[in-house]
Design a protein around this ligand. Structure first.
Ligand SMILES: *Cc1c(COP(=O)(O)O)cnc(C)c1O
Length: 487
């Protein structure tokens, strides 16, 4: 047991972490200025601690946390890359952080210019003709894109007929969820033995009731859908549209783009590919790009340029707003700073290194774990823990054992089509020594599964907590402090 586990309750009656003068008249009487119903009638039940205790409490909590700045974070389908600090510095410039969205346009031309330039850059990255920066996350981008599908079919008088959205069985869970929320029916398309979309099944399913296909490419197995041109033809031939889930664009930056592949609508996760950390529950940004024929339906307003002025442009046939103001502006500032510091060649190098890192790790681990798909991967790859499961050690146990060695666990049990799935995305920002250290530990765990399985089964051994009841932790978290005497 460590010191902070011994003493969980820190409060001692009467102890304080501050001292304020007591003999002076307050500068103003806050209670007199607040509406009566907002004035607290009783003391808030806060812990009574000294400043030092308070400081140690928060420092200790922060030390229990894990992030990219703590260690390797190979979470598949999440792109946990390092976020260069210059992006944070820029996002905090008062000209970006101390302005208000309702300010007159002529007083915030710099912010408008940044958003305009980012829209232009993302057009190039995606191969689309128009971009909205409003959506706050990937999933909201998907929903926005599907509302655009809907509006397009409505104007063509085909909305009632076009109900079906095709989603491959390897897709991220947000895809079918977004389609349902947007009012479509989801039809799952199976993958073939190579891990890509079964073209014959897609062809058989397509018809006059098709609204479209949602596709991630490379898909969530890290495999490039090489039949994408044929898929686009199948969908367009029956009058449907193609949606590109570009949450993880780390493998294609500067190499190809969804426009070239035949997609009509795309979202990007700036909080994955463009440096803002993903996964911390903080703000995100999921810009949506569309081809020319869908541009009138984008959320309104867009940032436009008239002469030398940046202005808000309302779109009369828009689906409407999907988010207040201009989306999560600070995330967009970080993404723009990232794009400028990388430049076109730098972005291309991101995808080359991301793909190289994933394939290097895959090769090193192949002799020790099952690899359901042998071909080259893109930015991520999947292993299967089937061999270890036969020894009584499951993928979850391997994930927990990794924590003992200071590594965050990869994504596990997703995609659902791979038994005992372990999904690894190393990202381009890691050094070879880090990849090697991770591979060495994975290999050691594979040996442990054979020789000393109980060590893996009882992991983690050196963390503040062992195995949690994850459902209860997620569904019924205790986030409010209650003083012991009030229990
Ligand atoms: C992360 C992710 C999403 C969802 O993005 P959020 O910003 O978390 O809503 C969608 N699709 C894929 C493939 C993803 O990896």
């Amino acid at each position: 047991m460590t010191g902070d586990e011994l003493i969980f309750e820190l409060s001692t009656p009467g102890r304080v972490a501050y001292s304020l003068p007591t003999d002076e008249t307050p500068l103003y009487d806050l209670a007199a200025e607040l509406p009566a119903h907002l004035v607290r009638q009783a003391e808030p039940g806060l812990p009574e601690v000294s400043e030092l205790q308070l400081m140690r409490h928060y420092t200790s909590l922060s030390n229990k946390n894990f992030g990219v700045e703590t260690g390797f974070y190979p979470l598949g389908s999440c792109t946990m890359k390092y976020n260069p600090k210059v992006n944070e510095v820029v996002a905090r410039y008062p000209g970006f952080s101390a302005i208000h969205p309702y300010q007159a346009a002529e007083t915030v031309q710099g912010a408008y210019e940044l958003m305009y330039n980012l829209q232009e850059d993302l057009k190039v990255v995606t191969g689309m003709d128009a971009i909205t920066l409003q959506p706050a996350a990937g999933a909201q981008g998907e929903w926005t894109g599907l509302l655009i599908f809907k509006k397009y079919f409505e104007e063509k008088g085909e909305r009632a007929q076009r109900k079906k959205i095709f989603v491959p069985d390897s897709a991220h869970g947000t895809n079918p969820a977004s389609a349902i929320i947007a009012g479509f029916d989801v039809v799952e398309i199976p993958s073939n033995e190579r891990g890509t979309v079964d073209l014959a099944a897609l062809k058989a399913a397509a018809g006059s009731d098709t609204a479209g296909l949602m596709l991630t490419n490379p898909n969530t197995l890290g495999l490039f859908e090489t039949d994408i041109v044929e898929m686009a033809e199948i969908i367009h031939e029956v009058g449907g549209l193609l949606y590109y889930d570009g949450a993880n664009a780390n493998a294609i930056l500067g190499k190809t783009d969804p426009g070239e592949m035949g997609f009509d609508v795309v979202h990007l996760n700036l909080h994955k590919t463009f440096s803002t950390p993903h996964g911390g529950g903080g703000p995100g940004s999921g810009p949506v790009g569309v081809k020319e024929h869908l541009a009138p339906y984008l959320p309104s307003p867009l940032i436009a340029k008239e002469g030398e002025q940046y202005v808000l442009k309302e779109l009369p046939r828009s689906i409407g707003r999907v988010k207040g103001y201009f989306g999560n502006f600070g995330v967009n500032v970080r993404a723009y700073a990232y794009i400028l510091t990388m430049g076109p060649d730098g972005l291309k190098q991101v995808s080359e290194s991301a793909v190289l890192h994933a394939n290097y790790l895959k090769k090193r681990l192949e002799p020790y774990f099952d690899t359901p798909y042998g071909q080259h991967s893109k930015h991520e790859f999947v292993l299967s823990g089937k061999r270890q499961k036969k020894l009584g050690v499951r993928t979850l146990d391997i994930a927990k054992r990794l924590l003992d060695f200071g590594f965050y666990a990869p994504t596990v049990y997703f995609p659902l089509i791979v038994e005992e799935c372990i999904m690894i995305e190393p990202t381009e920002t890691e050094a070879k020594e880090v990849l090697d250290a991770f591979a060495d530990v994975m290999i050691e765990i594979a040996h442990e599964a054979e020789e000393t399985p109980e060590v893996v089964l009882n992991a983690p051994h050196n963390k503040a907590v062992r195995r949690l009841d994850e459902v209860t932790a997620a569904r019924k978290p205790i986030v409010r402090y209650t003083k012991p005497e009030e229990n």
